[in-house]
Ligand binder design. Sequence first.
Ligand code: ADP
Ligand code: ZN
Length: 739
Amino acid sequence: MGANYAKVLLDDSGGRAFDYGVPEGLAAVVGSRVRVPVRMRTLLGTIIALSETTEADGVRMISELVGDEPALSPGLVALAQWMADYYCCPLEAAMKTVLPNVIRKAEVGHKVRLFARLAREVSDEELAELEKKAPKQSDVISVLREAGKAIAVAELCEQCGVAHQTVQTMAKKGWLVVEPETVERDPFGKEQFVSSGKLELNEEQRTVFARVAAAIDGSVDAKKPFLLHGVTGSGKTEIYLQGIDRALELGMGAILLVPEISLTPQTVERFKSRFAATNHEVAVLHSHLSEGERHDEWHRIRSGKARIVIGARSAIFAPVEKLGIIIVDEEHENTYKQEEMPRYHGRDLAVLRGHLEKCVVVLGSATPSLESAYNAHTGKYELLQLTMRVDDQKMPFIRIVDMRLEAKKSSPIISDPLAKAITSRLEKKEQVILFLNRRGFSTTLLCNKCGYVAECPNCSVSLTFHRAQNRIVCHMCGHLAVAPTKCPDCKDPGIKYSGTGTEKVEDTVQKFFPTAVVKRMDADVMQKKESYREALGAFRAGKIDILVGTQMIAKGLHFPNVTLVGIINADMGLHLPDFRASERTFQLLTQVAGRAGRGDVSGEVVVQSYTPFHPAIQFARHHDFTGFYEQEIEWREKMVQPPFTHFVLITVRSPHEERAKLSIETLHRRLKEVLPPGVTLGEPSPAPLEKSHGNFRFHLSLRSRAVLKLSRAIRSVLDKNPLPEDVFAVVDVDAHQLM
Ligand code: ADP
Ligand code: ZN
């Protein structure tokens, strides 16, 4: 017997939900998409609850169900509700994250869409000719030529900035064929996957896997999340693969979250090839998918065709039914935290979804976050460990170079010990990675005479000199200017560039080693997906001797011939006003070091630092996670920082400094009146990054153990005290980004 009433959350209506009657025989359930009457119109919405009774007057009936099946499972609806409550955001925003617009739109329209392909081969001459007459049309042809396949017309228009009409005209002229298609776009469709079998687990892996398998089988009833702490190369991924396999055998599905940056073809291939043998399809979700691809992957998952999902943080919302296992690889990664509303943490939602859907959760890392390590310590999570590399290789030898002494002697970029190490590796035809987490050539443009520093007009940060383009660039907002040759203030020609970016490292290295092939890999040179793939391919094939890069090269890549990793400046992140600064530095050093020596030759890491005795550096040097954890957790407890409390950061911003300041002061007063006991409320203050994108920014910090109560209190204050025009407030629960 069906329920009488349904609470329907309307799309795009600021989170309003109303009760509607359920017509006799309508298979409405929580998660169903429906059309409902609102005044004179019919609107779309999602059922978020069912009930026998209602207190509302004049309840109208649901007009119809949309789609053959409910779009969301009750578990995902609950996840959205929890997310809105916890992260202090409107339910509608949370629902949009769980059920993105591209799915909402498509469920209404028809599934068949128009695709365009080239009607015939177009020669370069013809293209050049067309370019003169109709540059937009020639763009369309170039894009299609490059793609080598049909592209949805909507996407083509978006990509080339042309109107639908243009595509139709081109079809009439005989350039293109436009026809409806229902084919699925598989982003990796062109590639063939050779199936690869299971590996025989070593003893440590067997012990770990036994626990995970028992939990999946259901032979342990309380499903605590697992924290899998395993050094780099200890075979964590093999555990993931076999865990997923077990879930599939039992007819269940799996989600694997990986940081966006390590969602490389390499990772995907490893998974696809493993499951190719059993004909299980893998869906891949990441932020570079086109709308069409995202739509298709979602439906492949929803229909049960693909039971394995690999993706970046938002893949935690994948509509997998009967989840058997959720895995979060590199669970310590910052990129799991979404830095826009809803500001959720993918790892924390994984734990919650696991709890809601009673499925196994495995959080894996070589350098677990303090939060997760603490949860394992207190018994909230079960700790599993892999202490040895699979090939029994020693951990790389890490040498710390004291740059306070070296920089005077040699170059501030490449110290003598690093130069010697590089020389010896090059002689042996082995490869080198040099790491620096900062793009550009020089990081500051400084006048020695008057002290002028080139700053962004919109942001309170200095501009970075990019020599290749001869521009000074803001890394916050992208502001660009031609690099001056003399001081804009005092006109002195002695203007100097100081500080080091990857571009300068590349330049210096090439000068030091003129015969070596040096390649830089950072967001500046790798703007296209293909250039990233190409560079990695060339490096793997041994065509590059030295790879210089930012964190793009730090994570999850396997290069057996890399025997030396140089870290140009280990201190960079240490002195930020952020309680996680040490933790991040420790993690980064350990991760980067993990790139060295994965083949038959053992690896070496040279770390250049001006604070060589900093604990984060020393513990990383000795591969001592436990030592680091114990010291850091003691400090966090003393300072009452996470994981001993929840940290909530409110940012108020406005193009008008006074308005922002007044607003945060008012907010502070109002909060003070209503906050529950046990909350520590900070004083309002300018944010460390005082100005960004032309907005003045102020911070207010709150700490509390009971975060739900706190979130609700903040929400009620914000709801009751509307902000003045041009003032915006952002509430960040469990904030990671403290600038
Ligand atoms: P992690 O994810 O911990 O960094 P991986 O799972 O990537 O480690 O394993 C490192 C390498 O060891 C991979 O090339 C993998 O194929 C291999 N490997 C993992 N487990 C085994 C095993 N039991 N026997 C042989 N090789 C293994
Ligand atoms: Zn800027």
